[in-house]
Design a protein around this ligand. Structure first.
Ligand SMILES: O=C(O)C(=O)C[C@]1(C(=O)O)C=C[C@@H](O)C=C1
Length: 279
């Protein structure tokens, strides 16, 4: 199987991807949208992309593309511990700018505020891409925030370890594909869930309540609801929802039909399992 991931090598996404798909061909992509396009165009069978972090919250680009790309579904969810390190080129100890992925910069904000208050930051496409950039530019006054494998691979020196603002730091990655088959992985199964994207019927009092009651009276257990802007104007949202129950075909079919009958649009993203990975 061919698997795309947010690269380059030694990104956190690659660490997750290599654990899920140890014996498959992995194809690094330079952005999350490239991962979605690679799946959509049939260049790869699946892709692994980050969806949510326990400190910084949702990776909003991934949520947007789940909404925008019609035929993409979620096959599995994997959760991995995340440890960030500050690293420099071994021949250049001076740095004035820290480069990393915006999620990594956000997850280390208080550390940087407390220890390197006047150091600038620069967003980059991934933590590993930032480490590679620092390694390839020894004369620039740059440091990167990335994982220890990236430091090793790109020959950088770690000057501060475990700099995430909360010790418990986990990122949830999803496996996306074009078909809806369930993925059987050899990892401990912790739960089953279903993800839906819902837009409400036209704006009226109680619209969201009406949608939520479709699940409530069927005792379908909503474990997450997140609103995200539709980008059609202020106040217009779609909702990402997770249902924690096992998938009950009849109950769920009825619920989806009722949602449609009240004017909500529903995109079924998948019914899948959640797995825990090592760091
Ligand atoms: O930059 C990376 O290494 C990634 O794999 C991306 C990403 C993310 O977007 O959340 C993955 C895990 C960490 O939370 C930080 C960055």
């Amino acid at each position: 199987m061919k698997i795309a991931f947010l690269g380059p090598h030694a990104s956190f996404t690659q660490l997750a991807c290599s654990q899920i798909f140890p014996n498959n061909e992995l194809f690094p992509q330079s952005s999350i949208i490239d991962c979605f396009n690679a799946v959509l165009n049939g260049d790869v069978d699946k892709a692994v992309v980050p969806l949510e972090n326990s400190i910084e919250g949702t990776v909003s680009m991934t949520l947007d593309y789940l909404y925008d790309f019609e035929n993409i579904c979620i096959e599995a969810e994997v959760v991995m511990p995340i440890a960030h390190h500050l690293m420099i080129h071994p021949n250049n100890e001076n740095f004035e700018t820290v480069i990393s992925h915006p999620q990594a910069l956000a997850q280390t904000f208080h550390f940087r505020h407390d220890h390197y208050k006047n150091i600038e930051t620069r967003d980059f496409s991934s933590t590993a891409a930032a480490a590679k950039l620092v390694a390839e530019n020894p004369h620039e006054k740059w440091a990167a925030i990335a994982n220890s494998y990236a430091a090793k691979l790109y020959g950088l020196k770690i000057i501060n370890s475990n700099i995430q603002d909360f010790e418990q730091n986990h990122t949830k990655f999803i496996v996306i594909s074009k078909n809806k088959s369930l993925l059987e992985l050899d990892y401990p199964k912790t739960s089953e869930k279903t993800s839906l994207l819902i837009t409400l019927p036209e704006d009226h009092a109680g619209g969201l309540h009406q949608v939520l009651s479709v699940f409530a009276w069927r005792q379908m257990n909503l474990s997450k609801i997140e609103s995200r802007t539709l980008k059609t104007g202020l106040g217009n949202y779609f909702f990402f929802m997770n249902i924690a129950n096992e998938w009950h075909p009849v109950l769920s079919k009825n619920a989806l039909e009722e949602l449609k009958s009240i004017g909500a649009t529903v995109k079924f993203l998948g019914h899948y399992n959640e797995y825990l990975l090592e760091s």
